[in-house]
Write a protein that binds this ligand. Structure first.
Ligand SMILES: NC(=O)c1ccc[n+]([C@@H]2O[C@H](COP(=O)([O-])OP(=O)(O)OC[C@H]3O[C@@H](n4cnc5c(N)ncnc54)[C@H](O)[C@@H]3O)[C@@H](O)[C@H]2O)c1
Length: 210
């Protein structure tokens, strides 16, 4: 069985993935810094089912702090990384581009340095459909040109894809960039439309216009 590092393990997708790996008999090291994008209490609740699991180790660490990241993982054998941590959301990124550059680009750069330093070969990275911007070419595919991002969020995700490619090319790291579209289900991020609509319907506050 493998030891997987999951970044963003307190988030929506990360908490589900952590549960899945633990259920399949793997060990998980989870990193999250409880970014204030939404409530810490929601994220603690996301981790409730596994925080006390003997095969899970939690590190509350900001990935943008390279020294702390390298130190906290010293001596832990990691077989693969799923890097989900980051600041999500298109509109908030327009207000806070610096924050997105730090949480997305700097953090990813630090993950790549960690891989190189500790000989970790495999990385799956959470990119986004937002890299397609206003492209008119449909259906979207993996080889079309995505060099015209229309938000700082999209720019940071595209930049991370390029960083990953560079490390793959230079150091032969095995990396996959996954471009998620809207992911939904229990524990979905509170800023997303499906979460908001469902909450309004459940609270009888939805107005049906006919
Ligand atoms: N949910 C979607 O529909 C969707 C779509 C496209 C891409 N994505 C990407 O997938 C990933 C996971 O999305 P999610 O919906 O689960 O988001 P989420 O906000 O629920 O989870 C992300 C987690 O990363 C943590 N984090 C942020 N910055 C960090 C840092 N510097 N150090 C350590 N932890 C940090 C946050 O505290 C949070 O718990 C994100 O990178 C997001 O951009 C998600």
């Amino acid at each position: 069985m493998a030891t997987i590092l999951i970044t963003g393990c307190a988030g929506f997708i990360g908490s589900h993935l952590t549960e899945k790996f633990l259920k399949n008999g793997h060990q998980v090291v989870g990193i999250d810094n409880f970014d204030p994008f939404y409530d810490r209490s929601v994220k603690e609740q996301n981790m409730a089912s596994f925080i006390n699991n003997d095969d899970f180790r939690f590190l509350e660490v900001d990935l943008a702090d390279s020294e702390v990241l390298l130190n906290c993982l010293k001596g832990i054998q990691i077989d693969a990384i799923v890097h989900l941590a980051g600041k999500a959301g298109v509109r908030p990124s327009i207000e806070d581009p610096q924050g997105y550059i730090r949480a997305n680009i700097v953090a990813t750069q630090n993950i790549l340095v960690l891989m190189k330093e500790q000989g970790i070969r495999k990385l799956a990275f959470a990119s986004s459909s937002s890299v397609y911007g206003n492209t008119k070419e449909t259906p979207f595919n993996e080889i079309q040109d995505v060099s015209n991002p229309i938000s700082p969020y999209a720019f940071t995700k595209k930049a991370c894809e390029l960083l990953n490619y560079t490390y793959h090319s230079l150091h032969k790291l095995d990396i996959v960039n996954m471009r998620f579209f809207t992911v939904f289900g229990p524990r979905q991020r509170p800023d997303l439309a499906i979460h908001k609509f469902t909450k309004l319907i459940l609270n009888d506050r939805a107005i049906i216009l006919m």
